[in-house]
Design a protein around this ligand. Structure first.
Ligand SMILES: [Zn+2]
Length: 89
C-alpha cells in the first residue's frame, strides 16, 4: 500500500506552468497523505515515470494536482495496475 514514505512532495495549482507561479509545491506529511487519498480514488489519475522516479497526477479543466513518488513508490503503483506512461527527457 502506498504511504507517505513512498512520496517526496505534492503540487497543486492552476492548470499550466508548473514552475511555481500558478501553484505550490509542498512536502509536509499532511499534504502528501491527502494527495495519496485524493489521487488514488480518482479514476482519471495519470501515472508518469522517468528514470527510477515518477508521479501520480490529475488535471481538470482548471487545476493540476501532482504527487511525486520515490522509486519504491513507483514499484508499488505499478503493482496496483495503474497504466504507466514512461516519460523520456
Ligand atoms: Zn511559471
Amino acid at each position: 500500500m502506498l504511504n507517505i514514505n513512498h512520496t517526496v512532495r505534492a503540487y497543486t495549482g492552476k492548470r499550466g506552468c508548473m514552475c511555481g507561479c500558478l501553484g505550490q509545491y509542498k512536502d509536509s506529511e499532511r499534504v502528501r497523505k491527502l494527495a495519496i487519498t485524493q489521487l488514488l480514488k480518482d479514476p482519471d489519475v495519470v501515472f508518469d515515470t522517468w528514470a527510477e522516479e515518477g508521479c501520480l497526477s490529475v488535471t481538470t479543466a482548471t487545476r493540476t494536482r501532482v504527487l511525486y513518488l520515490t522509486s519504491e513508490g513507483v514499484d508499488i503503483v505499478r503493482k496496483m495496475g495503474i497504466r504507466e506512461n514512461q516519460v523520456y527527457g
